[in-house]
Unconditional design. Structure first.
Lengths: 180, 180
C-alpha cells in the first residue's frame, strides 16, 4: 500500500494512538487502513463413497488436484461461500454437512474452512477454474499431485474418520516463517 | 474506495474478466482491489463457574458488556487472536479449549469465532478498551446490557450446554439486510 484509497495522499506506516501495531495511516485524511486475514471456504464433495476433486486450471498450483474452495466474498456466509465455490469449480450442487476442518495459516494471512458435503444427484462438471473434475475412490487419490497442504490434510482426516463415521471438527495450524 | 492504493489513479467499479462480481479496479496499473470479510475472535473466559465479561470503553456499544473479542490480525492464528484479545481487554491469561461458536454476519462482512477458555489462576484486570471487568455467575449476567447478538447467543448456548458438560460447535447465521 502506497497511497490512501480515500484521498490519494501517500500513506505512512505508524502505530496509531491506542494501538500496538504498525498500520498504514493517511497523514492527509487520517484514515487507518487495517489489513486482516482472509477466509478460504470449500467442501469435501462426496458421492457414493467417492470424493470429487478438481484439477486446477489457474495458478497457483495449476495442474494439481484440489478440493473445491476459494475466497469468501463480502455479503455471504462461510457456508454460502463453500457451496458457491463447489458450484463454480465443479458445477456440483451439494448438500452441506458440518464444518470439518479449520486451518490457520498465519504466514499467508489465511484461514481455510472445509465443510462435509454430498453431491446432489451425482451431477458435476468442469467449472471455469478447473481443467478436469473427477470422483476418486480412496485408493485412486493422487496424493503426490494435491494442490495445497490444507487440502491434503483434510482428505487424510476425512478418510481416517470415515472408517468410524465420526467427523469431529479439526482445528490445526500450518505455520512456516512468519513476517515479523 | 476512491483511489488505487498502489498508484493513486482513481479506481473504477467493474467486473474483471473471468470474474462475476463488481470490484474496484485500477485503470492505471490494472490492480484488482478485492474486499473480503473479517474475522472477529474471542473467548468465554471461565473461572470457578463464573464468566468474565468486559464493559466496553469504546464505541460501538460503549458501556455494554461483552465477551473479550476483536479483529484477528495478519500473521496470527484464530486461537492466538482469541488469547490476545482476552489479554488486551481483560488482562486475563487463558487456557484455550475448543472452538465453540461460529457466527456468519454477512451484512457486515464479519465472521465471529468464540473459543472455550479457563482463566489461569483466576487473575484478571481492566484492559484499555474496557471500563470494568467482572466475573458473573449465571444469575448475575446482565442480559439487557450485552453488547452484541453474537455475545448474547454464545452466552445462552454456553449456559445451556454447561448443564450437561457437552459443548458441540455451534454454527449460526445472523442475517439482516444485505447489500445487493
Amino acid at each position: 500500500m502506497k497511497f490512501c484509497s480515500l484521498c490519494a495522499t501517500p500513506v505512512v506506516q505508524k502505530i496509531p494512538e491506542g494501538d500496538s501495531r504498525l498500520r498504514y495511516v493517511c497523514p492527509g485524511c487520517g484514515e487507518i487502513h487495517y489489513q486482516n486475514p482472509n477466509i478460504v471456504a470449500g467442501t469435501i464433495p462426496v458421492y457414493e463413497n467417492k470424493i470429487l476433486l478438481c484439477k486446477r486450471a489457474i495458478e497457483p498450483r495449476k495442474g494439481f488436484w484440489t478440493l473445491p474452495a476459494g475466497f469468501m466474498e463480502n455479503q455471504e456466509t462461510t457456508t454460502e461461500a463453500a457451496v458457491r465455490e463447489t458450484w463454480e469449480e465443479a458445477l456440483a450442487r451439494v448438500k452441506l454437512g458440518t464444518l470439518y476442518t479449520l486451518f490457520n495459516i498465519p504466514q499467508i494471512d489465511q484461514v481455510h474452512l472445509f465443510f462435509l458435503a454430498t453431491i446432489k444427484d451425482g451431477q458435476y462438471g468442469v467449472g471455469e477454474e478447473s481443467l478436469e473434475t473427477r470422483l476418486f475412490s480412496e485408493s485412486e487419490i493422487p496424493w503426490d499431485e494435491i494442490s495445497f497442504p490444507t487440502v491434503k490434510k483434510t482428505l487424510q482426516y476425512f478418510i481416517e474418520d470415515r472408517s468410524n463415521q465420526e467427523f469431529p471438527l479439526r482445528v490445526e495450524d500450518i505455520v512456516r516463517d512468519r513476517k515479523t
